[in-house]
Design a protein around this ligand. Structure first.
Ligand SMILES: Nc1ncnc2c1ncn2[C@@H]1O[C@H](COP(=O)(O)OP(=O)(O)OP(=O)(O)O)[C@@H](O)[C@H]1O
Length: 886
């Protein structure tokens, strides 16, 4: 966790007015690195200077400041754009202190003030932002549980001020943790008093900033939000019932205000992030399935395979969709329908992507319009992006004439070509505007008569002077006469002494040189004023007109934001379509059943990574809640067990995100939670997990199951001794099978073939193995999933393949034989079977074959017609049976 430390104010001894001003400003922004504008430089002092010089690689000097040697480091103001991102990326909060008045007009010391506090989570700067990722600022509020929910409830809120997205939610610590993992904010705010808990619950990888208690109150947050949105309540946003979420969202707005980000007109709504709309993926699953980030350097996450988006906003949306797969069939189908339409109509898909390619980051451009930070070149870019909205709308409408798709209609309706605004920008803004708006060169000719006249004066001034010179040569007959310019007199006419008696009366003499005289005329002076003023006026008029254009564009912020949303959806969907065609995916069929039936499933990432010539071996997976709820997959190391588990989860996730899937067919009964656990030893090398953690996390799975859960257990139990491991794995599997209220679909990969015996007594547990072929004492991986258990784990073969000395391999073989003989499979089977669960033991004792009492009980039991029994009768019968048993 990085928390910036405050640099000490400069020494008070012999304080100059500039020192005093610096100290006052510095004190207002504790924890921030202050860039203090002095003339053409941004200066840093003291500890700030030490940090800045280290991060930026700029020279650290010392100056004598009232007796103490104080550090100093600075850079020219025009390098701000290159230096600022480096500071922010290093986790610094940077207060930019500018001169607030023209130094030449200042009386005494120039007024200065902080114009922006740039922090990792709050930036509009293109150099700080990564275009393909959102830059979220988050706030977490540690709330207390209520009567109905004794568990602590947390409020959480996210904002990306570069795009205008603002979200709020609340839930338990695991939920907030999951969101923090998925959204990966650049900065997290929380209350000072929760310092210890924050790290313990959410880890220390985030840049954080703590705020005082008082900001974390309901009334404060509620009122702040109401005031921002200019509403009387928050009901319209659907967050009224989220008191902790409101507190977190309020803290975010408060923080933006404190960091001088007051232009937030583009934050037009706060959206409730609904916990129950998305598939629950816990932190471990997100990491283990490598959806958006690889676990190891050089690894390939799923998103890298699926991301063929052509706009930055599409790339950001895809990241979100993969982290938040849907649970609602209608919404998933809406996405899949569109992907299907695009895969079946390549012409439409191509035309659409060609337009999308030209659109760029409309979402961030429109945010800049809203906060009036857009520069002329970006406004031109905005126009060029928006010019593609109408053609895309038309494409959708044409497609609609051949295909009655409600999604096509919805997207077509939502796209707004904003023609009025486009026409205006088209008419007024030049095609080659500069980046700065205060130096003219932005507005086309023919729009403003005054501007045109001034431009012609400024730029045709030279011609005019040449004409004037020629006219005066004609009038006076002095052929050597010339018009010239200097700073003292401005424009003047120069004549050599030889011709001075031919100078007309109306010329005014200004200066006598050794061999020439200089004159001015009223006409020349009048023109000079015009030329010199013209440029100044041009800058002013153009700046005003540019500003008017931004104000006009500001009226369309809502419409453009909506365009950006629709276009990013279309971008992701057409990316899904292209990937589906390229990688040979099929449309999954989503339904409300509890069946998962994947034919020829493949691992979307591994299949792309195989060396040339090798192809991925597809496998079928069938799971349901009636006949095959749990599959125990055995097979040697390296056989492909983990790959099979992960590919199943990836296929479900891709499908519920709206993507086609790598399989020949896939029927997917909606899944609402995916849990993954990988045995401790797999993680030990990364220093992340111990057996204890594995068990805690497995416990949390068992306590949070639902009837639509998909559970993947990879080598659970292997972090401890074999007997402990088998026993725990056995008990967990039995538990999953015997739950009374739900039957979570489970894939259990294990080396313990003892677990194969579970299938005998538990009807919904099935054994499969990933086939290998033994050739002599070598193993060939067939990677095919076959029904049935497996006899050995081939660990020794793998050791041999890995180049273990022959002596070790053969000795291991001998020991294995001995162990199998003494504690072998058959012996274990007996022992496990002997360990009958306590409840069953009792039941068996009551009903023992041959015992007359038991026979009588059986008789009574058989006579009961369960379908006709009322609850009271059942109780009476039970009482009767109990009496018999006693
Ligand atoms: N179906 C497949 N087709 C082609 N290659 C595969 C397939 N499944 C797995 N592989 C390859 O085999 C490697 C090992 O697979 P995986 O890690 O799934 O084995 P495992 O059985 O889980 O091994 P261990 O028990 O040692 O963890 C993978 O990295 C992949 O390259």
């Amino acid at each position: 966790m990085k928390t910036a430390t405050a640099a000490k104010p400069q020494s008070k001894k012999n304080e100059t007015p500039l020192n005093r001003q610096y100290n006052q400003i510095k004190a207002k922004y504790p924890g921030a690195l202050l860039l203090f504008r002095v003339g053409d430089f941004y200066e840093t002092f003291g500890e700030d200077a030490v940090r800045a010089s280290k991060i930026l690689g700029i020279t650290l000097t010392k100056r004598n400041n009232g007796g103490s040697n104080e550090e100093l480091a600075g850079f020219p103001h025009h390098s701000l754009d290159t230096h600022l991102p480096k500071l922010v990326r290093a986790g610094e909060r940077v207060a930019i202190c500018d001169q607030l008045e023209d130094p030449s007009l200042a009386k005494g010391i120039v007024r200065r003030g902080v114009t922006e506090l740039v922090t990792p989570g709050v930036s509009f700067n293109d150099n700080v932002l990564d275009t393909r990722r959102n830059n979220y600022l988050a706030a977490v509020h540690f709330g207390k549980g209520s009567a109905g929910h004794p568990e602590d409830e947390f409020g959480v809120s996210f904002i990306d001020i570069s795009t205008g997205e603002f979200l709020a939610s609340q839930g338990n610590a695991a939920y907030v943790d999951k969101l923090l993992q998925s959204f990966n904010p650049s900065e997290v705010l929380y209350c000072k008093r929760n310092r210890q808990e924050f790290g313990a619950l959410f880890g220390d990888k985030f840049h954080t900033y703590t705020l005082e208690d008082w900001a974390f109150t309901y009334d404060f947050g509620y009122n702040f939000l109401k005031q921002h949105f200019q509403t009387t309540s928050l009901k319209g946003f659907g967050i009224e019932g989220l008191p902790n979420g409101i507190i977190a969202a309020g803290v975010i707005l408060h923080y933006l205000n404190e960091t001088e980000h007051k232009d937030l007109q583009h934050i037009t709504r706060v959206t409730r992030l609904e916990e129950d709309r998305y598939v629950w993926l816990d932190r471990f699953t997100i990491r283990n399935l490598e959806l958006t980030a690889a676990q190891q350097e050089g690894g390939v996450p799923l998103i890298q395979i699926l991301d063929q988006t052509v706009t930055p906003m599409g790339a950001r949306l895809l990241r979100k969709w993969l982290s938040l797969p849907l649970k609602e069939k209608a919404l998933i189908d809406e996405r899949l329908n569109m992907v299907e339409l695009l895969t079946s109509d390549p012409e439409l898909a191509d035309a659409m992507v060609n337009h999308l390619r030209q659109i760029g980051d409309l979402e961030r451009l429109v945010s800049k319009v809203a906060v009036r930070r857009i520069n002329p070149r970006e406004l031109l870019q905005l126009k060029r992006s928006l010019q593609h909205v109408l053609p895309i709308k038309e494409l959708l409408i044409t497609a609609l004439s051949q295909n009655e798709s409600p999604s096509l209609k919805k997207y077509a309706d939502q796209l707004n070509p904003v023609s009025f605004l486009l026409d205006r920008i088209e008419a007024e803004l030049r095609e080659d505007p500069p980046t700065l708006s205060n130096q003219g060169g932005m507005i086309k000719p023919g729009i403003n008569a005054e501007l045109d006249e001034l431009t012609s004066i400024a730029y045709s001034g030279k011609d005019y002077l040449i004409q004037l010179q020629e006219r005066e040569v004609q009038r006076t007959g002095i052929s050597s006469l010339k018009v010239a310019y200097n700073k003292v007199f401005g424009y003047y006419l120069e004549v050599t002494h030889a011709h001075k008696n031919r100078v007309p009366e109306d010329w005014i003499r200004k200066q006598t040189l050794v061999n020439a005289e200089r004159y001015i005329t009223p006409e020349l002076k009048e023109y000079e004023d015009k030329i010199l003023n013209a440029e100044e006026q041009i800058f002013q008029i153009e700046a005003r007109m540019f500003n008017d254009m931004i104000v006009a564009a500001g009226e369309y912020v809502g419409a453009i934001q909506q365009n950006a949303r629709v276009l990013s959806v279309l971008d992701v969907l057409s990316s899904f379509a292209r990937v589906a065609v390229k990688n040979n995916y099929v449309r999954p069929h989503i339904n409300e059943s509890k069946v998962l039936d994947i034919k020829d499933g493949r691992h979307a990432v591994i299949e792309q990574q195989l060396p040339p010539g090798e192809s991925y071996i597809p496998n079928d997976i069938y799971l349901d809640d009636q006949t095959q709820q749990i599959i125990i997959i055995t097979g040697p190391n390296m056989a492909g067990k983990s790959a099979l588990l992960r590919q199943t989860a990836l296929i479900v996730l891709m499908a519920q995100s709206g993507s086609f899937v790598p399989a020949s067919s896939a029927e997917i009964g909606l899944v609402d939670k995916i849990f993954t656990r990988v045995g401790a030893s797999d993680n030990l090398s990364r220093g992340e997990s111990t057996f204890m953690v594995e068990m805690t996390e497995t416990a949390s799975i068992l306590n949070n199951l639902s009837e639509r859960s998909l559970v993947l257990m990879d080598e659970i139990g292997r972090g401890t001794s074999t007997y402990d491991g088998v026993s725990i794995a056995w008990a967990i599997t039995e538990y999953l099978h015997n739950l009374t209220d739900c039957r979570p679909k489970t894939l259990f990969a294990t080396h313990y073939h003892e677990l194969n015996d579970l299938a005998a007594d538990n009807p919904r547990i099935r054994n499969y193995n990933v086939a290998v072929k033994e050739m002599g004492n070598k193993v060939i991986f067939l990677r095919k999933l076959k029904e049935g258990g497996s006899e050995h784990s081939f660990g020794i073969h793998v050791a041999q393949m890995a180049g273990m000395p022959a002596q070790v391999v053969s000795r291991a073989g001998q020991i294995l034989k001995q162990l199998e003989a003494s504690h072998g499979r058959e012996a274990n089977k007996e022992r496990i079977r002997e360990a009958v669960p306590a409840e069953r033991e009792l039941a068996l004792r009551i009903i023992e074959a041959g015992d007359p009492k038991s026979e009588a009980i059986k008789e009574k039991l058989r006579a009961i017609d369960v379908n006709r029994l009322t609850p009271i009768e059942a109780l009476l019968k039970l009482n009767e049976l109990l009496k018999l048993a006693e």
